[in-house]
Design a protein around this ligand. Structure first.
Ligand code: SAM
Length: 326
């Protein structure tokens, strides 16, 4: 089976937010400093059941996100369960994490075949990190990134949301990190979401980021191996720099992604309206695999050709990143 929408896009990539809890309160994502951890809405078995349904339906790439996915109490059992399940499907497994707990989990992730680890990191300066992420554990993320070199089956990437007046003065520090550690760094355009107080003057389009980096380094366009990031090599180095231009130049035409929120709701787009969901938690308990696949396929047919414009997004500010997982 293949999940194809009415715009002929094949959907083979699932992003699953496995918890709404996070150990950081990044100002662009989850600025609410109160840390009232809630019981996770989906059990390990419900998550595995939903993943199996999607593996059976044509998903070949799965990324766990959150909240902070490594924060789940039963994370170890869950990832082992995914590993066991995946023996029959051989999907590419990935995770997106802020890296605070990564050192503790890296061996397990490697053992369970999690190949792609994206680490979110927005400042290399402890004071600035504290200001952006609301926590002073920067060193834990840095150590985890350095230690990942020990795992030859893991390909890490760093994701950095660049915000004018906050961390844009560190752009060369991140490029230098990519040069020194030979790890790809991707700069993400700041997106408007519920609670994050996005303002025009804080927004940096990727063209401006490229211009800045090109003022110091020779950038060579790399063969794109991703539908979302535009990649460049830095001449004379092994560094790779990517740009994710969701706002200034969307890539909806190539969209192959489906998303599941931490409470088991399927979403067709990061920017879908709150009520534009399919309740998979109910579906997996009440429908046969065939009927569930039919429900997913019918829902997929309402996917829009592209996401709303930034002006609409600014006003709508409708989604909570912790529930969807970026
Ligand atoms: N806690 C994990 C982490 O830090 O990677 C996973 C969840 S986080 C919501 C996933 C990704 O979304 C991160 O790379 C984060 O930087 C990105 N993100 C969150 N809010 C964003 C925003 N307003 N604009 C751009 N990227 C954002």
């Amino acid at each position: 089976m293949k999940l194809i929408d009415k715009h002929n896009r094949v959907h083979n990539y699932l992003r699953f937010s496995i918890t709404g809890n996070c150990n950081l309160s990044c100002l662009y994502c989850n600025p609410d400093k109160k840390k009232n951890y809630k019981k996770d809405s989906l059990s390990k078995n419900q998550i595995l059941k939903i993943i199996e349904l999607f593996f059976k339906s044509g998903i070949t790439k799965l990324r766990l996100t959150g909240g902070e996915p490594l924060l789940r109490d039963d994370f170890d059992e869950l990832i082992i369960g995914i590993y066991e399940l995946n023996k029959s499907y051989k999907a590419e497994l990935g995770i997106t994490t802020n890296g605070i707990l990564l050192d503790k989990k890296a061996q397990l992730l490697s053992d369970c075949g999690v190949k792609s680890i994206n680490i979110s990191l927005d400042s290399l300066n402890i004071e600035k990190f504290k200001e952006i992420a609301g926590n002073d554990k920067l060193i834990r993320t840095i150590d985890a990134i350095n230690n990942l070199k020990e795992y030859s089956n893991i390909s890490p990437k760093i994701n950095t949301v660049l915000i004018k007046g906050k961390n844009d003065n560190e752009i060369f520090d991140f490029v230098d990190l990519s040069i020194k550690n030979e790890i790809p760094v991707r700069f993400i355009e700041f997106m408007p979401f519920s609670k994050n107080e996005w303002r025009d003057e804080q927004f940096i389009p990727y063209s401006e980021m490229i211009e800045k980096i090109a003022s110091k380094y020779d950038l060579i366009r790399a063969a794109d191996e991703s539908s979302v990031a535009k990649y460049f090599n830095i001449a004379g180095t092994k560094a790779k720099i990517g740009f994710i231009s969701s706002i200034s130049e969307h890539f909806c035409g190539n969209c192959n992604r489906l998303r599941i929120t931490n409470d088991g709701k399927m979403k067709l787009c990061l920017f879908s309206k709150g009520n534009d969901i399919l309740d998979l938690k109910t579906i997996i308990e009440s429908q046969s695999i065939e009927d569930a696949q039919l429900s997913i396929n019918n829902f997929l047919q309402v996917k829009h050709q592209e996401h709303p414009s930034v002006n609409e997004l600014k006003i709508l500010k409708m989604n909570d990143m912790l529930e969807i997982g970026g």
